[in-house]
Design a binder for this molecule. Sequence first.
Ligand code: ADP
Length: 333
Amino acid sequence: MGNDGSGANMRTGNDLELVHLTKRYGDTVAVRDINHVFAPASYVCLLGPSGCGKSSTLRMIAGHESVSEGSILLDKSDISAMPPARRGTAMMFQNYALFPHLNVRDNVAFSLRMKGVDREARHKRANELLALVHMTQFADRLPAQLSGGQQQRVALARALITEPKVLLLDEPLSALDPFLRIQMRAELKRLQRELGIIFIHVTHGQDEALALADEVVVMNNAVIEQAGPPREVWGAPKTEFVARFMGGHNVISFNGGKVAVRADEVRLAETGVPAVLTSVEYQGATVAVSARTEAGEEIFAILPEDAYFKSPKSPGEGVTLAWDEGRMHRLLA
Ligand code: ADP
């Protein structure tokens, strides 16, 4: 137990800290003075639209890109000038980057070979990693003889054999079909829990971030716009950008400011805001409708299937939208 009895002094893993981190490419500022602490043993998703600076941040942590200003601390020591292999980080690339002429086992063992570990010892360790990612039976195959999902498991094993304190994943699921993506997502989560290290996973998919992350870090225009647990970032967006990007919210003008209202809190009612229905989408358990108000604002609502079908409406018909004012959530400008 921690010496104050609260456990607060207990450190079961490593933490990673970005301090005033900036990346410039010529005149372009890709990452602007960001500060963030990644908690030990956490699964963190870096989320944001294309070009917001996610990959640059990841590549600076990995050491594949130089730091323009600021520092990167792993366990309080500055790793920002170290070569990638000495940082205690490992990166899994989007295209997996496996060596085509090496079999699966030798791909996984590659970094141990570079370190001069003997053949027997590195094969033993590679076999352990292959077991961890459920690829034991494919050890003698070449990468070209594997499916995309299997190649990805090999790439994961290859990154993990270096025993990193931080695993960096750049859009790791984007090359997979939707079914495999959901399967691999669960697999990544399992691995992170078992290993108890930090995973930093770059994605532009909000669903992926919500499903996986202990912490979601939303980036926009080279800065961190909001960071927190998924339910907090989704349920209490601080800015219009986060509300729109995370989805599921309406951003509405109200008393000269802007507020967010969750789409699943908007109802069709007897009294409220008059509007004209513009679209209806059946989604199974829910029905997504959108309607334009007299002020010209488009508001969407996610209605329970049974509520909608009690009195179904068609596009072009008038409806009345309502929500509890107490559920309106003020946004920063
Ligand atoms: P993301 O991963 O969120 O898509 P990036 O970090 O790749 O964003 O890019 C952030 C910004 O930096 C973009 O404006 C991009 O065009 C620019 N950028 C990225 N890499 C380079 C590079 N090697 N040279 C010049 N500009 C770059």
